[in-house]
Design a protein around this ligand. Sequence first.
Ligand code: COA
Ligand code: AMP
Length: 652
Amino acid sequence: MNAPTTYAAARAASLTDPAAFWAAQAGQIAWFEEPPQPVLSQDEGTGFYRWFRGGRLNTSFLCLDYHVQNGRAEQTALIYDSPVTQTVRRYTYQQLLDLTARFAGGLRELGVAYGDRVILYMPNLPEAVVAMLACARLGAVHSVVFGGFAPHELAVRIDDARPRVIICASAGLEFDRVIPYKPLVDDAIGKAQHKPEHVVVLQRSFCLAELNPSHSAASERAPRDVDYQQLLQAAPVEAVPVEATDPLYILYTSGTTGKPKGVVRDNGGHAVALKYSMSAIYGVEPGETFFAGSDIGWAVGHSYIVYGPLLHGCTTVLFEGKPVRTPDAGTFWRLIHDHNVRVTFTAPTAIRAIKKEDPEGLLSRQYDLSCLCYLFLAGERCDPATYEWAGQLLGVPVIDHWWQTESGWPMLATMVGLSDMPPPRAGSAGHPVPGYDVQILDEAGLPVPAGTTGLVAVKLPLPPGCLPTLWQDDARFQSSYLDTFPGYYFTGDGGYQDAEGYFYIMGRVDDVINVAGHRLSTGEIEELLAAHPAVAECAVLGIACALRGQRPVGLVVLKDGQQMEEEQLEKELISLIREQIGAVACFRQAAVVKRLPKTRSGKILRKTLRQLADGEEFVLPSTIDDPAILEEIQLVLEARCLGQAFENRLSS
Ligand code: COA
Ligand code: AMP
C-alpha cells in the first residue's frame, strides 16, 4: 500500500485498517527481520496491543549505522550548542557512530547486556545522547532522569528500574550556577534499596567529582565509580538485534500518586512512528536541521532531540541553556540562524519567557531567520496571546500540537507534511494524527456533541510508538488508562471539539499539574506536605501563572494546638519540597487555612478549590459539607497567593 499523502486519506486509511497502514510505514525503516503479517497483535492474558511482534531491529543501528552505510557518514548528525559553557561542537554521523559503538563496548565491559537497565542523570550533553544510543545498541533499557529532580526522586526511580549502571555528569549549569550532580547521585544511591554496580561519571572541567575507588559488592570488574572517558577506550561493538516489542527506554512521569509511572517505549513501534512523524507532521526531509528546545529528561527531548531527527537522517540541535538569560532572550533566534534550522519545537512557557524579556521581539531582528519554516509548540496549551505574538514575530505558521509522555509523539496536530490539512487556529491543538481516534466523551463514556467539553479519550488500539504498558506494572497500566472507558485509552485531559472538527485541549482533569511544561503530581506534593509534623491535612492546587502556565500552591490545616508561625512553616514546607522533589517543582507558596472543603464522605473538593483560585464560575457541589469554608479559603487565597507581591517574588 502506498502511503496516502492527503490528510483525509491518511486518517481514513489508518482507522479503517490500522495494521495495513502501519505495515506500509514499517517499510520505511531497515529491519534485520521484517515483522510477520498482520503486524498488530494482542498479548495473551492482558489483551494489551503490541505492534510488529516478531520483527527484529536495533534503534541505534537505524539512527547511526544505517545513515553511515547510506551516504550520510560526513553529514552533521548533532550540533551541541551550549551558551552556558560557550561551546559549539559538531558531530558527523560517522563520529557519533564511532563514539556510540565504543561507549557501548565500555558498557559491555562493565557487564551491561541485553535487557539490563541503565539510568542517566545528565544535562543536555552529546555524551548523554551517546550513552542513550549505546544502551539501545546493546539492547539495554535506558531511563533518563531529569536533572532538576532531587535525590529522593532519583532513588524512587532507581528502586523501580533497578539499573545495573548509572551514568551521570559531574555537574550541570543552571544559568551561571553550578549544580554538582555526582553528590546527588551518591545521595540517591544511599537512599535506594537497590544498589547499582557502577556509576559512570562524565567529568566537566568546571566541577570535578570525586570518584569512589572501591568496588561495589556486586562487581569485581571495575571500581564502583568509573570515568566516562575510560569507557570510550573500549573496542567498538555492533548493534544487537532486538525484538520490536523489547523496551528501548523507560521514562518516568507524574501520575496522581506519589509513585511515578514508568512509561515503557518499545523499539519497533517507536522507530516506525517517529520516522513517520518527521515527514508527515513536521515536514522535514533527511539532511535538514531540526531544533527541539527541550531537555533530554522529557519525552520531547527523547523523541525530537534524539530519536526522531536521527532516525530520519536529519541534523539535530542539542541546546544546553534556557530560552532567556543564556545570555539573552535572543538565544533561540541565534540558534535558528547559526544552524540553519528548518523546524523548531518548544513549549509555550519558553515563548512567554522570551516575550516577557523582549516584548517587542527586538532581538530576533539581529538574525536572518528565513531558514525557519515552522514553530511547533507543545507541553501545555498555547494561549492565543502567545500564539499570536510568536506568529507575528516569526512570520511562519505556529503550530500547537498535543501529546503526552505516554504517547511519545503527537496525537493532535496540524500536519504540515500532508496536503489538504486544515490550517492551524489559535487555541486549538488541531486535528487527530493518523492512527489516533481521538474522542470527547462524557462521564458515562458516550461521545458528546461538538462544542461540549468532556473527557479526552483515544479509541483502542493506539498507534505504534505509544506505551504498551507501564514498567513491570500491567495492573497499573490497566487501571490508570484503560478501566475508565472500556475500549479506550483515557488521557487524563479535558477538552472539546468544535463544529469544524478542531480539537481544544483545556487541561488535566486529574491531580496532575503542568508547571513550565513540566508535569507534576499534586498528590505527591500533598503526601510530602502531610508528613510535616505541624500539618494535619493539606491540598495542593495548580493555579494559573502568567509565565509557567500553572504553579503549585499548598493549603495546609495545622494540627490542633500547633502554634507555629505561618511564615516559618511556609519556609519549612518550601524547602521540604525542594529537597524531596527538587527545584523543578517550583513550590514557593503555602498558606494556612482553618479547614478544607470536603464532601460529606470526607473527599477534598480539589476541582472546586482550583476553580475558586482561578476565578472561574462553578456550581457549588451538592455534596459539600459546609459551603462557608469556600469563602474563608477565597479570602486566604486573595490575601496570600494571588496578589502582585507574589508575582514579583516569582519572577525575581
Ligand atoms: N537541573 C537542576 N535544576 C534545574 C534544572 C536542571 N536540569 N532545571 C530547572 N532547574 C531548577 C531551576 O534552576 C530553578 O531553580 P530555582 O528555584 O533555584 O531558581 C527551578 O528548577 C525551576 O526551574 P524553571 O521552572 O525551569 O524556572 P527557570 O526560571 O529556570 O526557567 C523557563 C523558566 C520558562 C525559561 C524554563 O522553565 C523553560 O525553558 N521551560 C521550557 C520547558 C520545556 O522545555 N519543557 C519540555 C516540554 S516541550
Ligand atoms: P507530558 O507527559 O509531560 O508531556 O505532559 C502531558 C500533558 O501536557 C497532557 O496530558 C496535557 O495536559 C498537556 N499538554 C501537552 N501538550 C499540550 C497541548 N498542546 N495543549 C494542551 N495541553 C497539552
